[in-house]
Ligand binder design. Structure first.
Ligand SMILES: Nc1nc2c(c(=O)[nH]1)N[C@H]1C(S)=C(S)[C@@H](COP(=O)(O)OP(=O)(O)OC[C@H]3O[C@@H](n4cnc5c(N)ncnc54)[C@H](O)[C@@H]3O)O[C@H]1N2
Ligand code: MOO
Length: 414
């Protein structure tokens, strides 16, 4: 018999708030040191400081001539005293009034110069240069001052940063060939259902391939976790109980299926029997209404463990992952940026109101430089993986509101 105690169906925003509440103070899963390029998409576990001023010297931002700005007035001719390339230090005397030093982008500014005039903005003849008519030069123009980006010792990357191209380049510029990153939290993935078979099996007509375990594994890896796929748990108390116990060593537990009203939907009951505390047992949303979020207690030497019971319908599984699991997982992985990313776009069609439920529907965002437009992907409901794969975001449509073509709506990027 299904237990009916302490059911709680949260509003969508409320559910997200509850997840974000728990997504802050989570114990980190340890640190490992990796070679720089093995850190891509990993979460930094240390602060990285500049090892010297950036830039380390006043640098020319243009190919041209280093001058004293006060000398570079219309009509004045300057004598070219020499040339300095990137990687060289000007070895001659400091620049004196009435002279210029040819300079390449990235080269140190010679002493005495305070600006660089671009090569396109001068006329050159017989070792002299002159500003072209109509051009003028300010002191400091085309000069990047020493240390203006960072001073030696300044923290330029904080622990919690996710290492993408920008962060990798900056760490490389600081001379960091290896970094401390957080270990990826292990995410136990347990699909439930008597109808499920492996993806390499030939299913009987009434059987279904277990695609959720693979979809969830991909999403868990993307959100900073390390997926651990468990064998499918049959819709039977003892089997489900044994699999959940086996998965207790992981930092997060994801179950799919078995959370709605069916006679064999046993997930909540089995979790309760293991002492689970539930934060919500449903969310007023479509798809994904039966989603469950809670925590198993620390017991028998095992740490406490957050879990989600995700609805088995494959699109519901992925939508609820994106809304609720991904933020918590990003937090457990140590990331400083955990909230889902909502953006705004213009709706390209009318959409009827739906009472009581926030809809998070597969949609397609198209954009050019000046506008971003979104339309729903026609679908056959929350089992329609083909439609889901034609989407690139979710349209988030508030309950009870008709939305019209031209309205600005929220999207969740996936
Ligand atoms: N009387 C009611 N029935 C249902 C309700 C309800 O409120 N009252 N809610 C519906 C909603 S909404 C959803 S979503 C589903 C969720 O059901 P479960 O989480 O219990 O999932 P199952 O019944 O086990 O499966 C649903 C569907 O998904 C397929 N599935 C399940 N697991 C996988 C997997 N690993 N890979 C691929 N496909 C999977 C399964 O075969 C079913 O077709 O309940 C509604 N019913
Ligand atoms: O809401 Mo269920 O999540 O549609 O099929």
């Amino acid at each position: 018999m299904k237990l009916e105690t302490s059911e709680y169906v949260a509003g969508f925003d409320e559910a997200l708030e509850m997840v974000l509440h728990w997504a802050v103070p989570i114990e980190k899963t340890g640190v490992e040191r990796l070679a720089l390029l093995d850190c891509v998409d990993r979460v930094l576990a240390e602060d990285v400081a500049a090892d010297r001023d950036q830039p380390p010297f006043a640098r020319s931002a243009r190919d041209g001539f280093a001058v004293r700005a006060a000398d570079a007035v219309a009509g004045a001719e300057l004598v070219v005293a020499g040339l300095v390339r990137a990687g060289e230090q000007w070895g001659g005397p400091a620049l004196v009034r009435g002279s210029a030093i040819e300079i390449m982008t990235g080269a140190p500014i010679p002493d005495g110069a305070d600006a660089v005039v671009m090569v396109e903005h001068v006329e050159q003849a017989a070792g002299r240069v002159r500003m072209v008519a109509g051009r003028s030069l300010r002191s400091g123009e085309n000069v990047v001052p020493r240390g203006c980006e960072a001073r030696a010792g300044d923290v330029v990357l904080r622990a919690g940063s996710v290492m993408k191209g920008a962060e990798i380049a900056l760490a490389a510029a600081c001379g960091r060939a290896s970094l401390d990153v957080f270990r990826r939290p292990r995410v136990a993935i347990v699909a439930t259902g008597d109808e499920l078979v492996g993806i390499d099996a030939v299913p009987e007509p009434q059987q279904i391939r277990n695609s959720n375990s693979y979809g969830l594994a991909a999403l868990a890896d993307e959100a900073g976790g390390e997926a651990v796929r468990f064998p499918v748990a049959r819709d039977e108390r003892a089997a489900l109980n044994a699999t959940v116990r086996a998965a207790r060593g992981c930092e997060l537990l994801l179950l799919s299926g078995g959370v709605s009203m069916g006679k064999y939907d046993l997930v909540e009951e089995v979790l309760r029997s293991l002492g689970a505390e539930f934060f919500f047992t449903g969310v007023k949303m479509q798809p994904g209404k039966p989603v469950v979020f809670g925590r198993l207690p620390a017991r028998d030497g095992l740490r406490e463990q957050f879990f989600f019971g995700l609805p088995g319908n494959p699109v519901s599984t992925q939508v609820t992952f994106c809304c609720f699991v991904a933020p918590l997982l990003r937090a457990i992985s140590g990331s400083g940026e955990v909230s889902p990313r909502f953006v705004q776009a213009t709706l390209a069609e009318d959409v009827e109101a739906k009472p009581g439920l926030m809809r998070v529907l597969p949609a397609r965002l198209t954009s050019d430089r000046t506008k971003a437009e979104v339309r729903l992907v026609p679908w056959q409901g929350s089992g329609d993986m083909a439609a889901h794969a034609r989407s690139n975001c979710y349209a988030v449509l508030p309950p009870d509101q008709k939305c019209s073509r031209g309205d600005v709506i929220s999207l969740l990027l996936r």
